[in-house]
Design a protein around this ligand. Structure first.
Ligand SMILES: Nc1ncnc2c1ncn2[C@@H]1O[C@H](COP(=O)(O)OP(=O)(O)O)[C@@H](O)[C@H]1O
Ligand SMILES: O=P(O)(O)OC[C@H](O)CO
Length: 506
């Protein structure tokens, strides 16, 4: 009998990848296409949804051809960049403007107005999230205010809203000709419009943001039938969809409360499974949906989202020209023994968790003539470690859960110096699995579970194998504990720097 395979689409911030996995969780084919990044104004970041749809269709068709007759591809799972917001015409499938990407900061003023309203605490209570421009709700509000007649057209049901998985599923299942308008519950949890306890659109939140219910997709479990993709060379049931960071949690087999992963890429996203009980957050982490299997209760996670980690290394390379490639940051950092008293806070577009201060701006603190580019490189890497500690502390305060180990993935995890620093600064072992493609693997797992490729999550757990581990160095945690207040002070300075000056102060 031919092997049974699963197709996964990983629709990310910079590219779209289609991958095919076998039952052992091994990747047997992969195709990738980058899409253009549009920066029409400072702080604005846009993608062309039509380009992303074309890339999805093309890469998926390519991998299906690549595996050819070798095995039978039986299901499709989707993982996507989260919070990126698309609005399109139901009748034509044409987006009303380009997608507003999760990194886009144009809603800053709008968010400040919303936060000042007396009903604002409702947002955290109901959605589990912070009222921040990072999430989709404010972007959708912005679109309805700025695209001519969008509000009235949305109210009449002529316009549809979706995050990337919704947009892709609608197109895959027929677009204007009967496309299915659905979202998975993890993506819906990032909109600020869903009650995180009931997992339904919340009328009070819709009223708060002024969003017409007629434009919203139906919320569905992450694992279960979402539709049939008829727009591919082979019709395939779409049986899994997850936001990419939740997909990485799934692909890392973090199914038990306390198990956690952090994906270290352009930004970093630490998610810790908290089980089927919702955790109320007060310390700056957010309560998000981890996943839901059809017919089963929702599993929740706490999340610490950090906007800039690998992007700071890119800045060292492209902005300052101090290194020629990202891996060179480790060589440069190893030319010195410590940070020389230097701290870099990469608040390029404000700070996300646990501070949620959109106005913060980046800074380099502690400069003396002693500091060299080696110290700066070390401070750049340490910024990722310190930010990880910030979010882990907030999550521990919110959940009371300990962190026995941190599973890691993403481009920065090839940096041994950084991974050791993270193990030391958290005083926790850091482990990396054999399969680094955790996002797409998670999407494949979700889709494959629904069609019986894997019997249950325990079968997925057995596929997880450790490739590398970093253990805390003896005595280092105490030294870093003592140093941590300096980092915290640098963060406070970066927030103060971005705040409007007090009246009378020049
Ligand atoms: N050896 C390294 N040390 C530090 N940072 C690295 C290293 N290799 C890659 N990076 C950073 O990792 C990021 C790319 O990781 P990736 O997981 O591909 O990110 P994304 O999925 O967000 O595009 C880049 O920001 C790059 O600067
Ligand atoms: O596409 P990525 O990997 O940059 O992930 C983006 C996150 O989903 C944003 O919340």
């Amino acid at each position: 009998m031919a092997d049974r395979y699963v197709l996964a689409v990983d629709q990310g911030t910079t590219s779209t990848r289609s991958l095919v996995f076998d039952r052992g969780g091994r990747m047997v084919a992969v195709r990738q296409r980058e899409h253009r990044q549009y920066f029409p104004r400072p702080g604005w970041v846009e993608h062309d949804p039509m380009e992303i749809w074309a890339n999805t269709r093309r890469t998926a068709a390519q991998v299906l051809a690549d595996v050819g007759g070798a095995g039978e591809v039986v299901a499709l799972g989707i993982a996507n960049q989260r919070e990126t917001t698309v609005v399109w015409e139901r009748a034509t499938g044409r987006p009303v403007l380009r997608a507003l990407v999760w990194q886009d900061t144009r809603t800053a003023e709008l968010v400040a107005e919303l936060v000042a309203r007396p009903e604002a605490p409702l947002v955290r209570e109901r959605s589990g999230m912070a009222t921040a421009g990072y999430f989709s709700g404010p972007r959708l509000r912005w679109i309805l205010e700025h695209v001519p007649r969008a509000q009235e057209r949305a109210e009449r049901g002529e316009l549809l809203f979706g995050t990337m998985e919704t947009w892709l599923i609608w197109n895959l299942t027929g677009g204007p000709d009967g496309g299915v308008h659905v979202t998975d519950v993890t993506n819906a949890s990032r909109t600020l419009l869903m009650d995180v306890r009931t997992c339904r659109w919340d009328p009070d939140l819709l009223a708060f943001f002024g969003i017409p219910a007629a434009m919203l997709p139906e919320i569905r479990p992450s694992v279960g039938v979402l539709g049939v993709a008829t727009a591919l060379p082979q019709a395939l049931p779409i049986t899994g969809a997850l936001g990419d960071q939740q997909a990485a949690l799934f692909g890392q087999a973090c199914f038990a409360p306390g198990e956690a992963k952090c994906t270290y890429g352009t930004g970093s996203f630490l998610l810790q499974n908290t089980g089927t009980e919702l955790v109320h957050t007060r310390s700056g982490s957010i309560s998000t949906v981890a996943y839901q299997l059809a017919g089963e209760p929702v599993h929740y996670a706490l999340e610490g989202s950090v906007a800039v980690t690998g992007a700071l290394v890119q800045w060292l390379r492209d902005g300052l020209g101090l290194i020629g490639s990202a891996p060179e940051v480790e060589t440069l950092a190893r030319t010195v023994d410590d940070n020389g008293g230097c701290y870099v806070v990469p608040a390029f577009s404000g700070l996300l968790a646990p501070h949620w201060r959109g106005e913060a701006r980046g800074l380099v603190a502690g400069l003396t003539s002693y500091v060299t580019k080696g110290h700066l490189a070390r401070a750049v890497l340490e910024a990722t470690g310190w930010q990880t500690r910030d979010v882990v502390q907030a999550m521990a305060a919110d959940s009371g859960l300990s962190l026995p180990a941190l599973r890691v993935d993403g481009g920065m995890t090839t940096n041994n110096l950084l991974m050791q620093f993270i193990a030391d600064v958290l005083d926790t072992p850091v482990v990396r699995p054999m399969v680094g493609e955790t996002v797409s693997l998670g999407a494949a797992y979700a889709a494959g579970l629904a069609v019986g490729i894997w019997s249950d999550v325990e079968a997925l757990r057995r596929n997880w194998h450790r490739a590398a581990q970093w253990t805390p160095s003896r005595g280092r945690a105490e030294a870093l504990d003592a140093e941590y207040p300096r980092w915290e002070r640098a963060v406070q300075l970066s927030i103060a720097w971005g705040a409007p000056p007090e009246p009378g102060v020049r």
